[in-house]
Design a protein around this ligand. Structure first.
Ligand code: ADP
Length: 279
């Protein structure tokens, strides 16, 4: 069942920029869905529609089977259900200490002090930031800030976590820590929607992938389905995952027998190579 669905939504910014055009996007409950697109494609704009921060000029948004409505009460409910982690943690973190930051959301939900404390502790543990409670967020590394921002959303116990470019600007270790956390949360039942322009990351985690370009969804499917359509990938100024690119070159230039669909991960490539060499 879809937990997020947009039906034919279009959005213009007040200055007239058309940022989304007839977008149909669905996220199935309990899955990891990736929105892939170059800078300026409309990824952040689409995400800001999921909890009613932006309102489409036309089309509908359905969250957990309910059409999104924009009265205060309903928006509050939706914002507890759909947690958004912004691209830049500095837009999200503002309290003087980590603990106050993570407690901010649950405190605003009117929970008891004990419950807030319990949630904050649990959230910080899940993101591997226990022990940093009294640190100032601006003294943390990029990856640590990101993890605190995730904890702040987690503490509200949303059903869906939406993350805008969660690994951008992080070093490989920081990025893989974030991905491991997201994978773990997903294993525990959380629906995860991430935007990225990192094609090497998508096949590892996503159940399905949407490609957005110039405000339009131009492709949707499982990672193998999407990356098989090289023409569309290139049209969106994206590239194949490096491993698929290598297999494409080996097949085309060196006439090695790697047919499409090319493997998208190192694990798959390894299996294919061993199979070819053992036959
Ligand atoms: P992405 O997240 O994929 O990089 P965005 O959703 O940020 O893309 O932007 C989509 C389009 O909307 C771009 O053309 C961008 O310049 C424009 N845009 C984004 N924010 C604003 C804004 N506040 N006012 C006007 N145009 C904007």
């Amino acid at each position: 069942m879809n937990i997020i669905e947009t039906k034919n939504i279009s959005y213009f910014y007040p200055d007239g920029t058309k940022a989304l055009e007839n977008v149909d996007f669905k996220a199935k409950r309990g899955k990891i869905v990736a929105l892939l697109g170059p800078n300026g494609a409309g990824k952040s704009t689409l995400f800001l529609h999921f909890n009613g921060i932006l309102r489409p000029n036309s089309g509908n948004i359905i969250i957990d089977s309910e059409p999104l409505s924009y009265d205060k009460k309903h928006l509050m409910k939706v914002r507890q259900k759909v947690g958004i982690v912004f691209q830049n943690p500095d837009d999200q973190l503002f309290a003087p200490t980590v603990i106050e930051d993570v407690a901010f959301g649950p405190m605003n939900m009117g929970l008891t002090d004990e419950e807030v404390e319990k949630r904050v502790k649990e959230a910080l543990k899940k993101v591997g930031m226990a022990g940093f409670e009294n640190k100032a967020p601006h003294h943390l590394s990029g990856g640590q800030k990101k993890r605190v921002a995730i904890a702040g959303i987690l503490a509200m116990r949303p059903q869906i976590m939406v993350l805008d470019e969660p690994t951008s600007g992080l070093d490989p270790r920081g990025a893989s820590q974030i991905l491991r956390i997201l994978y773990q949360l997903n294993q525990e039942g959380m629906t995860i929607v991430i935007s990225t322009h990192d094609v090497d990351l998508v096949p590892l985690y996503a159940y399905n992938v949407y490609i957005i370009n110039e405000g339009k969804i131009i492709k949707e499917g499982s990672p193998p389905e999407v990356f098989e359509d090289v023409k569309t990938i290139r049209k969106a100024n994206l590239r194949l995952p490096r491993i698929a690119h290598l297999m494409e070159i080996l097949e085309k230039e060196d006439k090695l027998p790697f047919e499409k669909p090319y493997p998208l991960t190192i694990g798959e490539a390894r299996r294919r190579i061993l199979k070819e060499f053992n036959e």
